[in-house]
Design a protein. Structure first.
Lengths: 115, 111
């Protein structure tokens, strides 16, 4: 298994444009998480899926953000009408929920810069 | 509110010296605790985790951590650091199916 992969690794865009990121989890992991990490901070939870169902969304996730996991495998995170404050590292993690607490495995992240 | 505090933003140690990174949490029940490491351009790698049982947890790369309920702490230790340990270290708490991270401690290694 190659671990969690994310594409693209870097994205530069102009304010107001839409961007989409992709995450491919570890195969057979039923949970997939998105986090955002800004400079000097730890990652902050955005949302997560169990299979194809989106179970929770953070208040950090404004209406401009949408995430999908249509077939319970890969996931996409779209940001519409990007703002400079959206500049951050977007991290994806996956886990196999088979007990009271699972271990999340993280991908390398997508670094977004909004000009 | 539940939180994780890493009081040291930066720590510098000499190669071969011992290391202790501090972590305190605020959480009502027995927490699930993690330490992750992040190297430049890399994702977060799990060093170790505590769910229950023995309060001294062994991890990868020679790291260990000790859960102390009375002090609400989960400090990370290593007896002898290597230059390759230079990175950012995050303590985290598992809560309601998600992870709450501290702000991280950046470790610098002197040759």
């Amino acid at each position: 298994d190659t671990g969690v992969s994310q594409n693209p690794r870097h994205k530069i865009t102009k304010r107001g444009q839409n961007v989409t990121f992709r995450c491919d989890p570890i195969s057979e992991h039923n949970r997939l998480y998105w986090y955002r990490q800004t400079l000097g901070q730890g990652p902050e939870f955005l949302t997560y899926f169990q299979n194809e169902a989106q179970l929770e969304k953070s208040r950090l996730l404004s209406d401009r953000f949408s995430a999908e996991r249509p077939k319970g495998s890969f996931s996409t995170l779209e940001i519409q009408r990007t703002e400079q404050g959206d500049s951050a590292m977007y991290l994806c993690a996956s886990s196999l929920m088979d007990g009271p607490q699972e271990t999340q495995y993280f991908g390398p992240g997508t670094r977004l810069l909004v000009l | 509110a539940q939180s994780v505090t890493q009081p040291d933003i930066h720590i510098t140690v000499s190669e071969g010296a011992s290391l202790e990174l501090r972590c305190n949490y605020s959480y009502g029940a027995t927490p699930y605790l993690f330490w992750y490491v992040q190297s430049p351009g890399q994702g977060l790698q799990l060093l170790l985790k505590y769910f229950s049982g023995d309060t001294l947890v062994q991890g990868i790369k020679g790291f260990e951590a000790e859960f102390k309920r009375s002090q609400s702490s989960f400090n990370l230790r290593k007896p002898s650091v290597h230059w390759s340990d230079a990175a950012e270290y995050f303590c985290a708490v598992g809560l309601d199916d998600k992870i709450i991270f501290g702000k991280g401690t950046r470790l610098h290694i002197l040759p």
